[in-house]
Structure formats: C-alpha cells, structure tokens
Ligand binder design. Structure first.
Ligand SMILES: NC(=O)c1ccc[n+]([C@@H]2O[C@H](COP(=O)([O-])OP(=O)(O)OC[C@H]3O[C@@H](n4cnc5c(N)ncnc54)[C@H](O)[C@@H]3O)[C@@H](O)[C@H]2O)c1
Length: 452
C-alpha cells in the first residue's frame, strides 16, 4: 500500500472542513466518481454542469474508451451530453486510480447486487474501498452512494479506509448519500432530486452538504445509518406497494374487474392514496434486490422482515401468473396449445424508455415460454441485440425483430412486458390475433387484447 500524504494530518477536521466548504462555494472542488454506470455517469454530468471538475473512474476500460470518443453507452443518455461534458473541459474519465489523490471528494457508485443465497454482495464496494484506501488524502471526503444496509459505512468502509493510517472524522470525512436516480424519468433527474446526506459529525455533514448542495437541495440526517435506512425505506415502500397492486390485479381479474380502471378512479382521491401499478413482476437493479439487504441485516438482530418477504413472494410469482393467463387466452381465443406456437415478447428492458435488462421479467418469460415449447422472439427498440446476462446465458445474441406488419404477422401471440413510449401498437393489432398486455399499454378495449 502506498503511504498516504500525512503531512497535513495534524490539521483538525474543523479547518479542513471549512476549507472544503469554501472550495464548494467557489466551485473549486474536484470530484472523483468511482463507477460510471447508470448512477455515476449522470451524477458526473450534474457536477460538471455546475462548473465543478470531475474525474470519473471505472475498472471497465471499454466504457472509458467510449466516453473518450464522446459517445454514450447508456441509451437514454445521448452522445451530445457526453461531448458537452468533455467540451466543458471539466471532465476526464480514467481507469488510473492514482488520480484519486488529485480530487477533494470521492463518491462511490458501484453495484450492490445479491449473492446466490440472497445475501448482500458487497464485493464491488469492498474492492473499491480498498483501492481508495491506498490513495486517500487528508481533508478528502469519501461518500458511498451505492444502496446498502444500515451499518455498511461504519462497519465495512471505515475500517478499510483507516488501514491507510488516516482516521475517519479526524483526517478525512466519511458520508453516505443514497442515489435516488430514476433512469429514464423525464420529470426528475440527478439535478432535481433532493439528496439525503448522513455523516457522523457536524464537520463531515457540512462537507457532504456543501458538495451535494452545489447540484441539488440537500436533506441532512443525523448519522450514516439513518441515511442508509432512508434509501432502503424508499425502495421497500415501492416493493410492498407494487406487490399489493399485483395481488389486487389477480383478485380483481378473477372478479372480472379491471384493476387499471380501479386505480385510475382511486387516484382521484386527493389524500391518503398513492397510485402504484401492477406489472409482469419486478425488475431492475434496485426494487427486487435492495429490500433483501434489510432482511439480511435484520436477522443479525433476531428480527424478521415479513412484509418484505411476502412482497418478494407475490412479486416473484407474477411472471408465472402472466404465463398462465397467456396459456388460457391462447386456448380460449385461438384454440392453440403453447408447444410449437410463436410468441413475440415486446420490451426486454425491465421498465419503459431504458435499455437496462437487469432482473427483467422478460428474461424469465423467454426461459419459461421456451420450456413450454414455444418459439420466442422479442422486439425492443432500446435493445437491438441482447447482451450477455449471467443468469440467462441463452438470451445473449438474440436480435430484436423488425417492427412491421410482415414481421409481426408470423407470431401467434404477442406479450407486452414493457411499454416503451416510442412503440406504435397499430401494426401489432393489425398483424397479431392475440395480445397479452401486462402494462395497460393498449388502452382501448379490444377482443384480441387480454390484460394479465
Ligand atoms: N440504476 C439505478 O436506477 C439506481 C438507482 C438508485 C441507486 N442505485 C444504486 O447505485 C449503485 C450503482 O448502480 P448502477 O445502476 O449505476 O450500476 P452499474 O452497473 O450501471 O454501474 C456500476 C459501474 O461500476 C463499475 N465498477 C464496478 N466495480 C468497480 C470498481 N472496483 N472500481 C471502479 N468501478 C467499478 C462498473 O464497471 C460499472 O460501470 C448500486 O448500489 C445501485 O443499487 C441504482
């Protein structure tokens, strides 16, 4: 391990913090962002827009190369936004972590998936923190943004960083600020979603506040664990409410009541109700995963998280429910068995208007429908060719079909898994005899469209 520069280690954090806050006010802070994915890249952009210098770090050399060419690897972030970042002269992407020494703040935006037994997989966070520990400087602020269980910053990050010989809250600041980015959301982006910041001392909180305050209003909370719990609470709230409407969908469906019509009417109540929508099951890097971080941690306190477990069970039963509805509809409306029939999955991404297919229910559809003997293809304007996905190797290399009546006409049934806004359903409704819609994408009541 390279020795940190300890020449300033006798300067109290109070003075370091004041200097940091002044630099933030004067837009002189240099920000390092580790992990340039769906979260890190827009965050880098937000700081650059406010005139701060940003160094983006990633272990993926291909991503750095693409960025250096002024291009984007995220579909909903156009190339022009990347070239504007470079054009400002304020952005640099690199795989050289020695540059961590040149920045005032290091923000960690690396993945936090689940392991094989639904336990938190902090390997990316730990590897990143070990790298930072080799370069951490007196007066720096290190802030974790990745979603995780309460206690991670103090129990995992702090001891690793202190292997440097420097101490958190004394020589450098440690903060947690959960990322609330909602990729593809046209209304709210990194620059308009308030940022919760937690730290153990007033000085560290002041540093984090000043840093994030350059891009958005901040919401300071008293400590690191509270900030970690805020993010989990937000995502657990979504997971549980989505499970509730998914359950209502099944129950109302059996009663011949359209759950979408129920929600449209219910949401006119100006208080006490918030609309959540049913779907084919949970997807993405957050909602299906994050709640189980709390489940795991709660066990250490001898506690169960029954709501989370139940929501997980209901949500993960949804793809099976949709497939049963599809089989029934094929039988009733077309007199067709599944084996040998051709099905088109519309939307491979886990949600509309993004190219992210992590945990997407569409992947499970492909697997399960093939198991039942169906010939499966897909259409997704955001994903022309399916990339490699660890849990679904069979999907890699599949290509999105052309969207025209001739190409669509060869399918017996279409299954709408994701409702991208740029899909015109008119040719589909002319060409295919049965459409199973899990998203209420087709609003008209048409005999050949079945909600599932
Ligand atoms: N995607 C979202 O919508 C979203 C929203 C809120 C919070 N989050 C959370 O933010 C975190 C990051 O998610 P994401 O979607 O941006 O992930 P991502 O996979 O899109 O990006 C992570 C990046 O980190 C890089 N990386 C991995 N290990 C690294 C290392 N040791 N050093 C440097 N770079 C490394 C990867 O190459 C990748 O580019 C996760 O904790 C996630 O739960 C995600």
């Amino acid at each position: 391990m390279n020795a940190p520069d300890t020449s300033q280690a006798s300067v109290p954090l109070k003075a370091l913090s004041e200097d940091f806050v002044r630099k933030a006010t004067d837009r002189e802070l240099r920000v390092g962002i580790v992990g340039l994915g769906y979260v890190g890249l827009p965050l880098a952009e937000a700081f650059v827009r406010e005139g701060l210098a940003v160094v983006g770090f990633d272990i993926d050399a291909t991503k750095v190369k693409v960025l250096d060419e002024g291009r984007s690897y995220i579909k909903h972030i156009p190339d022009e936004r990347i070239s504007a970042m470079y054009g400002s002269g304020k952005f640099l992407a690199t795989t050289d972590f020695n540059n961590l020494r040149q920045v005032d703040a290091v923000l960690i935006c690396v993945p936090t998936p689940l392991g094989a037994h639904r336990e938190p997989d902090l390997s990316f966070v730990i590897a990143t923190t070990e790298t930072i520990a080799r370069h951490v400087q007196v007066g720096q602020l290190i802030a974790l943004e990745s979603t995780t269980y309460p206690g991670t910053s103090e129990e995992i990050l702090q001891p690793i960083l202190e292997r440097s010989g420097l101490r958190a809250g004394v020589d450098f600041g440690l903060a947690y600020s959960p990322e609330r980015e909602d990729p593809g959301n046209a209304e709210y982006g990194t620059s308009s979603i308030p940022k919760v910041v937690g730290a153990s001392s007033d000085y560290e909180r002041a540093m984090a506040n000043a840093l994030y305050g350059t891009i958005v209003p901040t919401v300071p909370v008293p400590n690191l664990r509270t900030a970690e719990a805020v993010k989990l609470t937000e995502n657990i709230f979504r997971a549980v409410n989505i499970a509730l409407v998914n359950e209502l969908k099944v129950v109302y469906g059996a009663m011949d009541i359209d759950v979408w019509e129920v929600i449209e009417a219910a949401k006119t109540k100006p208080f006490g109700y918030m609309a959540f929508y049913p779907g084919p099951g949970l997807g993405g890097h957050c909602i299906p995963i994050d709640p189980f971080y709390l489940t795991w941690k709660a066990r250490a306190y001898g506690l169960n998280t029954r709501f989370i477990e139940l929501a997980g069970e209901i949500n993960s039963n949804m793809p099976g429910h949709v497939i049963d509805r599809l089989a029934e509809a094929m039988n009733e409306k077309l007199g067709l068995a599944m084996r040998g029939a051709k099905v088109l999955i519309i939307g491979l991404a886990y949600k509309k208007n993004v190219d992210d297919m992590r945990e997407s229910p569409a992947l499970e559809f492909i697997d399960k429908l093939r198991e039942r003997g169906m010939e499966v293809e897909y259409y997704d304007p955001y994903i022309p060719i399916a990339p490699s996905i660890r849990e679904h190797p069979e999907v890699e290399g599949m290509q999105s079909i052309e969207w025209n009546e001739e190409a669509l006409g060869k399918f017996d049934v279409a299954l709408i898994a994701t409702d991208h806004d740029n899909v015109d359903y008119a040719p589909l409704l002319r060409a295919v005899d049965l459409v199973v819609d899990t998203r209420n994408a087709i609003k008209q009541k048409i005999e050949k469209v079945v909600r599932a």
